[in-house]
Design a protein around this ligand. Structure first.
Ligand SMILES: NC(=O)c1ccc[n+]([C@@H]2O[C@H](COP(=O)([O-])OP(=O)(O)OC[C@H]3O[C@@H](n4cnc5c(N)ncnc54)[C@H](OP(=O)(O)O)[C@@H]3O)[C@@H](O)[C@H]2O)c1
Length: 391
């Protein structure tokens, strides 16, 4: 396993922009106690006295989604009671994030497993949530961020049927992205996740590659499904080089049998688009896609250009947008985490038909989570921003 992960520890992972497969084929449970940090570190990772805001914090509580009973887990006695994690105690910019070495390891509920996190990935929803944009439906602060995870099962709840200790899995830990996401996310040594949100990690992918997939690939797939995309259809993907867009283009081509895939990106990313199977790579710094004579069966907007997107669709076609406003026939949806969708896609990942794209500026080590967020927040990431290794 370590050998397979090695390329990700090397800073010079470019080009190619995407990481190649390493083999040829292929709610918060109530913590037993509060975060009781005696030590935290500043953004440079240096040990500091306990932060002021931390001292004032209430104990970490169960999220509002934690309604089922917390049950004792059957499992490894080797799991510690405290863990290292990134935490924020108030909403704000990336500097509200702090490293804490003594966060209570979450307990598992009956339908959950506890994962030793090996790699995690961050998504725009993580920073939008941290900025307080979803306050009304957020779990209580303080928060350990992180939706995407790849790791190893170290405990199983009493009702878990399909997973066992030692299984290598990946998934998006929050069933509803915006409805009471877990208080204890994946940017931590351990995280508790419902079995149904996880899938066995594709054998050919290392943890860093797998961690970048769940939320983005689920979003890509659900958007295509909701748009009614099917074999022989054409598609225009706005933002084809981003976390979601890079998977929409691949799924459209390799899984759904698109007749033509067009996508937008800036000049330096056009070659990546072509390497992912894009037939028409549009440089948005030079061309206005909405003015092209060609129209598409489906327009998938991962940028927030709903007003222009509706101008590029054929009569009777669908326009799916992930962010921003859109008028009919456009529609917006919010992803639902689904381990069975990942299981369905595993053969395409294992055959190499669909490839995870890990941004070449990463993976970011666990000490550089603030830097990773700052980078993602530029809006210029290529594929996924991954955090690895996680101790
Ligand atoms: N509704 C949902 O369930 C859902 C789920 C997932 C994501 N989202 C949202 O969807 C959006 C995309 O998510 P993501 O994870 O894919 O983000 P991301 O990885 O951060 O997207 C970055 C990419 O966007 C591209 N980009 C920026 N402006 C562009 C433009 N004008 N035209 C074409 N490409 C452009 C950048 O390419 P360049 O450097 O070439 O500009 C970059 O590669 C975010 O707003 C996110 O919150 C919503």
């Amino acid at each position: 396993m370590e050998a397979a992960l090695l390329p990700f520890t090397t800073p010079s992972l470019s080009p190619p922009l995407f990481s190649s497969p390493s083999s040829s084929n292929n709610k918060l449970s109530l913590p037993a106690k509060k975060i009781t940090s005696s030590r935290s570190t500043n953004r440079k990772g240096n040990a500091t006295a306990r932060s002021r805001s931390h001292q004032l914090l209430p104990p970490l509580r169960a999220s509002a989604s934690s309604e089922t009973e917390t049950v004792p887990a059957v499992g490894s006695p080797a799991v510690p009671s405290k863990m290292k994690a990134w935490v924020y105690d108030e909403y704000g910019d990336a500097n509200v994030l702090r490293f804490d070495e003594e966060v209570v390891v979450p307990e598992v509920k009956e339908d959950q497993v506890l994962l030793k996190v090996v790699a995690a990935a961050i998504n725009p929803v993580d920073f939008k949530r941290r900025q307080g944009k979803f306050k009304a439906t957020d779990s209580p602060l303080p928060t350990v961020p992180g939706y995407d995870v790849a790791g190893v099962v170290v405990k199983v709840g009493s009702q878990v049927k399909g997973l066992k200790e030692g299984d290598e899995v990946y998934g998006n830990i929050n069933e509803k992205a915006l409805e009471f996401p877990k208080q204890f996310g994946s940017i931590a040594e351990y995280t508790a996740v419902e079995e149904k949100l996880l899938a066995i990690k594709p054998k050919n992918l290392d943890f860093a590659q797998a961690a970048g997939l769940p939320l983005a690939i689920e979003t890509a797939m659900q958007g295509l499904e909701k748009a009614g995309f099917s074999s022989g259809n054409s598609i225009l993907v706005l933002g084809g080089a981003g976390g979601v867009g890079s998977l929409v283009v691949q799924l459209a081509k390799q899984v759904y049998g698109a007749s033509k895939v067009a996508a937008t990106a800036s000049t330096g990313k056009l070659e990546l688009l072509k390497s992912l199977g894009v037939d028409l790579a549009i440089d948005y710094t030079k061309e206005n896609f909405e003015e092209l004579p060609e129209k598409f069966d489906v327009v998938y907007d991962a940028v927030g250009q709903g007003d222009k997107a509706v101008k590029a669709v054929k009569e009777g076609g669908s326009v799916v947008v992930l962010t921003g406003a859109v008028s009919p026939p456009g529609f917006r949806f919010v992803v639902t985490s689904d381990g069975s969708a990942l299981t369905t896609l595993n053969p395409f990942l294992e055959s190499g038909k669909v490839k995870p794209i890990v941004d070449p500026k990463g993976p970011f080590p666990f000490s550089k989570v603030i830097e990773a967020f700052s980078y993602l927040e530029t809006g210029r990431a290529t594929g996924k921003v991954v955090i690895y290794p996680i101790p």
